[in-house]
Design a protein around this ligand. Structure first.
Ligand SMILES: O=C(O)CC[C@@H](O)C(=O)O
Ligand SMILES: [Zn+2]
Length: 523
């Protein structure tokens, strides 16, 4: 029985993967939203240009100076006219979900740390507000201006400075696109320990500033561990050199952590060193179907127990999330269908035969116990990518033609999926799709509620309920997407007032004039 089923799986692996088509190269645009009152303007990629956020959200402009001609002339002298933009700034002012729109009149593109420092020094003296911007793929409106902040684009700081094949340490400028960085690392036999759908556009500096998660956290941990050092420019223009080429460095406070995940509110990261693991020789991906969330949990435990040392991803997709993506993107072709839950399990190891044997054994045992119903396993690099494409397109499928309330929460695994059912019940027929997917291996659920267009009734049923629910379970209201502008009103659901006060004090200490990324993270 078991072998028959395994054979069936192998057959599926060959036939189904063979029919999968490669998706046209495109960036996966994440979306996390639905938390503030201007939610009405929230929309998918084809949406109209939104109203100015300062107006829709009634934002009180901070007490900052207003840009004048002398300022522009100063920056032109500093950077050269080519790197000072005053026209066609829409792409810098609007977040890619077309959810937040600022009204910046100036984009600066420094080419090195000294120029970033000179810009910050000047802005601090003049009290001009600044928003650092990387690939602008953020999900919570953290990388666009809210009022008229100057956009400090890190785009030109795009070099991989060194990759050490022996130690695995890479030094990279913050504006380097993640995919380019990963390619350079791969050429040296290494892997960047971070992978996410937006890799073709996002910048490594933005990733680090937001402590981006993605699909490899289960294996390599988050960026607080992988980033060995940073160089950051402070609000007053001081350059804080915290670069380090060692894992071990207990020389007092670990200041680098202040800049990892603080979303550009405490400093501008200009350079960083990262520990990149040596690439695995063998990567296998299983895409499996399961009948219940209970079976998902059992399979997760079995994966940890039996694949532990080679497990590199453990993702969950429920059937509604998968089906929505399949309907929207005809080039996707799921290898199996008809199950309420799917898991994408990846292993990365050094011995292909051994790893294949292990993953097949793991699946065969799961099938024998009745926990796994069907699936496909592949080690072919092209097919591995095609299976990943399905997962990467899930968030896009949900915003392609619908309005979608999105939540990115950490929840205890035992309670992980309940919120999706609870929400489905609460929204009833008002919602078209209520689904859940995400990084099961990291207890990170992406809960999505979509409807034809913004619906105030659903909004009231979903919020603040979802935050209260998460808070009661001691979860996190933002597992990996950050707080940015969109979630700052909800921070107290995950941090108590003592913690928030300390955050405020740290902000005051590092940026007394409040010029760095204002209106974000803290109220
Ligand atoms: O859009 C979302 O809800 C999640 C996006 C991203 O974090 C993902 O895991 O695909
Ligand atoms: Zn995610």
């Amino acid at each position: 029985m078991r072998f028959q089923r395994l054979l069936q799986m192998r057959r599926l692996a060959t036939s189904a993967s063979a029919t999968l088509m490669r998706a046209p190269k495109q960036t996966t645009h994440h979306s996390t939203m639905g938390t503030s009152l201007s939610v009405r303007t929230m929309a998918g990629s084809g949406a109209a240009i939104p109203e100015l956020t300062q107006i829709t959200d009634n934002v009180q402009r901070g007490n900052y100076a207003t840009l004048n001609d002398a300022d522009v002339a100063h920056f032109e002298k500093l950077l050269g006219t080519n790197h000072v933009l005053t026209e066609d700034l829409e792409g810098y002012n609007i977040c890619f979900l077309k959810r937040i729109r600022g009204n910046s009149k100036l984009v600066l593109k420094p080419g090195n740390t000294e120029e970033v420092a000179a810009i910050m020094r000047y802005c601090n003296e003049r009290k001009l507000a600044v928003v650092p911007q990387g690939g602008n793929t953020g999900l919570v409106g953290g990388s666009v201006p809210i009022c008229d902040e100057i956009v400090l684009s890190l785009q030109r700081l795009n070099k991989v400075l060194s990759v050490d094949e022996v130690t695995g340490i890479a030094i990279v400028e913050s504006g380097c696109i993640l995919e380019n960085f990963d390619q350079r690392a791969r050429d040296a036999g290494l892997t960047v320990p971070l992978d996410l759908g937006a890799k073709a556009s996002c910048h490594i500096g933005g990733n680090v500033s937001t402590n981006a998660g993605g699909v490899r956290v289960v294996r390599y941990g988050n960026l607080h561990g992988s980033v060995l050092g940073v160089e950051a420019v402070l609000a007053n223009g001081q350059v804080l050199d915290l670069m380090s080429n060692f894992k071990k460095d207990n020389t007092g406070y670990h200041l680098k952590h202040l800049f990892i995940g603080s979303e550009g509110t405490l400093g501008v990261i200009t350079k960083l060193s990262m520990l990149c693991p040596h690439s695995s020789k063998a990567v296998n991906v299983a895409f499996i179907g399961l009948n219940s969330f209970d079976d998902v949990l059992k399979t997760f435990v079995s994966a940890k127990r039996n694949l532990g040392e080679i497990l590199s991803s453990c993702e969950l997709i429920d059937e509604r999330a998968l089906n929505t993506a399949l309907q929207q993107f005809k080039f996707l072709n799921a290898p199996i269908s008809g199950f309420p839950f799917y898991m994408l399990i990846e292993t990365s190891g050094s011995n292909g035969d051994h790893d294949e044997e292990k993953i097949n054994q793991f699946i065969g045992d799961g099938m024998e116990r009745g926990e796994i119903q069907d699936g496909t396993v592949t080690g072919d690099p092209g097919k591995v990518q095609e299976i990943w494409k399905i997962r990467e397109m899930v968030p896009l499928g949900l915003i392609e033609k619908s309005f979608c309330f999105k939540y990115d929460i950490s929840l205890p695994l035992r309670d992980f999926y309940d919120i999706v059912d609870v929400m489905r019940e609460r929204c009833g027929s008002l919602a078209t799709v209520v689904c859940g997917y995400g990084h099961l291996g990291d207890s990170n659920l992406h809960l999505n509620v979509s409807c034809d267009e913004f619906n105030d009734e659903i909004y009231k049923r979903v919020e603040p309920f979802v935050y209260e629910y998460t808070s009661k379970l001691k979860g996190s209201i933002s597992a990996e997407h950050g707080i940015g502008f969109l979630k700052k009103d909800y921070l107290h659901y995950s941090k108590n007032s003592v913690a928030i006060d300390w955050m405020r004090d740290m902000k005051k200490l590092l940026d007394p004039k409040g010029i760095l990324n204002p209106y974000k993270v803290l109220n």
